[in-house]
Design a protein around this ligand. Structure first.
Ligand SMILES: Cc1cc2nc3c(=O)[nH]c(=O)nc-3n(C[C@H](O)[C@H](O)[C@H](O)COP(=O)(O)O)c2cc1C
Length: 217
């Protein structure tokens, strides 16, 4: 069944103004690794997740789900499990090239932000859904989850919150912790909150438009 689509309309002046404002604000986004204890309104998190859930997805299968974690005991447990993985990554089985590429971020096996951040969001994706009628296949599940996650990060940023995209090399512990089935794969963990007043970020640059964009006019 089809229905008529009515797009929210802006005149060209408004559209330009909005796109410039969005560019300006997005250029201010940075990954934060040191959070303040101030607890943001939970509705901001829920609304951001609802925004992520509006993302396009292969055949509209919406192959994502989210876990929102505020409980301090849960965060401590996740930190403990994450740091076990990180010990492997940084110390026991180091990949020298990878660690060299990470040097400028000053990260290490300690992941205090997991406990400091007021909220953690785990994003899961799945390649299929075991419905009663049989296996329902999801298409481009990982790509769809990536798009939803980008929208989530953007929505949180636009609402004044900072995020840390966290991807321990092995993330199965997140599925186990959240009691997810083997079908649900952790995509990544987002730590969310306000930046600590003394938070510092690595000095980095982003590629120019001319370096990343090919055009045919
Ligand atoms: C898929 C992905 C995985 C990442 N994993 C980690 C991580 O495990 N730990 C971390 O400290 N930062 C992680 N980051 C954050 C990046 O280091 C950061 O985005 C990058 O250095 C650019 O900095 P910016 O976000 O401030 O622009 C990750 C980012 C992405 C997109």
């Amino acid at each position: 069944m089809l229905e008529r689509y009515i797009q929210p309309q802006f005149n060209s002046e408004q559209a330009l103004e909005i796109s410039r404002a969005l560019l300006y604000v997005h250029r201010k986004r940075r990954t934060i690794r040191h959070f303040s204890q101030e607890i943001p309104e939970r509705e901001i998190l829920e609304n951001a997740i609802s925004i992520a859930a509006t993302a396009p997805s292969g055949a509209n299968k919406q192959p994502w789900s989210f876990a929102l974690i505020q409980n301090p005991i849960a965060k401590t447990e996740i930190r403990r499990k994450a740091e076990k993985e990180e010990l492997d990554f940084y110390k026991l089985k180091p990949n020298k090239q990878w660690l060299k590429d990470l040097e400028h971020l000053h990260t290490n096996e300690e992941k205090a932000f997991i406990e400091q951040a007021p909220y953690l969001i785990v994003i899961f994706y799945s390649h299929f859904n075991r419905a009663e009628v049989g296996l329902e296949k999801h298409y481009y599940a990982k790509e769809s989850a990536g798009i939803a996650t980008g929208m989530l990060i953007s929505a949180l940023h636009l609402a004044g919150l900072a995020t840390l995209t966290y991807t321990p090399k092995r993330m199965q512990f997140l599925s186990d912790f959240c009691n997810r089935s083997r079908d649900e794969k952790p995509f990544l963990l987002l730590a969310v909150g306000h930046p600590h007043p003394e938070a510092e970020v690595p000095k980095i640059t982003k590629k120019n438009l001319s370096d990343i964009l090919q055009t045919w006019d």
